[in-house]
Design a protein. Structure first.
Length: 68
């Protein structure tokens, strides 16, 4: 997911997407522990997307503090 696309979404949508990503990452970690290396690439992509979402949420939080 691109950073521009993440910034277009509202905070509630980002939080629900973040929750879904964390559940999916949990399942992928279990698959990795069982030796399914197919999940590794998807796990890495999800990890980066999760970081992007967290960054945008933090930027919005800081902007709200500065504004008011």
């Amino acid at each position: 997911m691109r950073a521009e696309k993440v910034r277009e979404l509202d905070s509630t949508a980002l939080k629900t997407q973040l929750r879904q990503m964390e559940e999916q990452m949990f399942r992928l970690r279990l698959q990795l522990e069982m030796g399914q290396s197919v999940a590794l690439k998807k796990y890495r992509v999800l990890k980066k997307d999760r970081a992007r979402i967290l960054t945008v949420l933090r930027e919005r939080e800081l902007a709200a503090v500065v504004e008011g």
